[in-house]
Design a protein around this ligand. Sequence first.
Ligand SMILES: [Mn+2]
Length: 385
Amino acid sequence: MKLIHLGDLHIGKSVNDYSMIEDQRYILDQILEIGAEREIDGILIAGDVYDKSVPSEEAVRVFDRFLCQMAERKMKAFIISGNHDSDERLHFGSGLFASHDIYIASKYEGALSRQTVEDEHGRVNIYLLPFVKASQVRHFFPEQEIDSYDKAVRTVIEREDIDVRERNILVAHQFVAGRSGEVELAGSENAAVQHVGAVEKIGADCFDAFDYVALGHIHSPQKVAGDRVRYSGSPLKYSLSEICNEKSVPVIALGKKGEVAVDLVPLKPFRDMRQIKGKMEQILQKEHILSPEDYIYVTLTDETPISDAMAIIRQHYPNAMKVDYENSRTREGEDLDFSRVAGEKSFREMIGDFYQMMYGQEISGEEEKIMMEVAGEAGVADEAD
Ligand SMILES: [Mn+2]
């Protein structure tokens, strides 16, 4: 049996004010093509189907089309909610969709939804765990002491009657800490994920009963514990910090019990998100302009700032997202050891040095006076400083 593992689609997301909807429709079509080529039986979607709990009309249309195409191609779908999804809205129609082998679990109701599919090697049980917080699980098991996400997920799994002689898969949307070290964040997860506390981390060993765990929540593709517990990552780059991520879809081939092979199939986006670096003059040379429609992060190495740099760049790269500089001035800034500087200099001297660094000339008496007044009011320096 072959399955595709997806997560963090975030349909409807905008990045730096650019709507990703066209890119998302394109990548979902590509995923269906990969599925058809590899003759997959089903798709696991590990939460964050939508970017917002109230998705836009466009976003709903894109997901509706994806579901219909899966059904048309006789691919089964196993879908859970992520923290970005509304459990009620994602639940809509799920009772009817099940007759087309589209299974959606968007809310934990005291037991996991389990779907069993069969192939020549026997049964495969697919357990669907929608995104849960400790408080939601505590509600169903008031007698248990559930004070962390780890305890919550363990409680949920323990009460399932998992037949470990059969093949078992779990689809979940949680922050799972690997056996060795930390998971690598992509940067486009929401702030809550990035500042996740110990309370929200789940030990990977609670998944020992499963042959494969399809995780969502973290946007960088990675394995968490061996090959069989992994994050598929988002199918597209959703922040500039993901420029170096290579996005892919894991295709899981299940053989006999104990035989799991994961093949990462690279995805080719409609528009890539990438960085270009150089002097303005160079980057605008015709022969250097490749795939101008890409989402571009430009780092200019010109020594003098260029006014309206973004407007100039967008004439050639209409989807340029950000411009910054890397030159002797920014490097000088990096080299400064601020703690040492602060330890030895007065506030007045530091302001003078900073002004010199930014404008390449000495601060005037008038400007210095204003700075000292403001600093005095803010309480960071007194007049005598
Ligand atoms: Mn997400």
